[in-house]
Design a protein. Sequence first.
Length: 137
Amino acid sequence: MRLPIAAVLGLLVALPSVAAEPLNPIAIDEWKVPYESSRPRDPYAQGDGVWFVGQRGHYLARLDPAAGRFAKVDLDDGAGPHNLIVGRDGVVWYAGNLKGYIGRYDPAAGTTEKIDMPRRAARDPHTLVFDGDERHI
């Protein structure tokens, strides 16, 4: 038996609606970054913390979600960091966007190294990406 299209549509509309309920609800926690007007961006979860940069505030920072505490590392030269990546060894690499370099911060030693771009035309390092090959770090 063939039903006209209007009858099929009528049957679909007449079916009881089932409210969509999540199968695996998740909790979302949020933390307010305590550094005003600093443009926090590009979080990078690593280990038991989350690193991020403050592009307008010229800093690197780390959130300890378990304690809800922030630790800030000021960059002294107005670097305008755009993003960061954390290596397996815990070293933080960041793009010194406004000053034309790649930064390397070693949290264990508390030291920062600045690596100039190889060509003056490459003055705006933007978004770092690791290829997963530790020989290139």
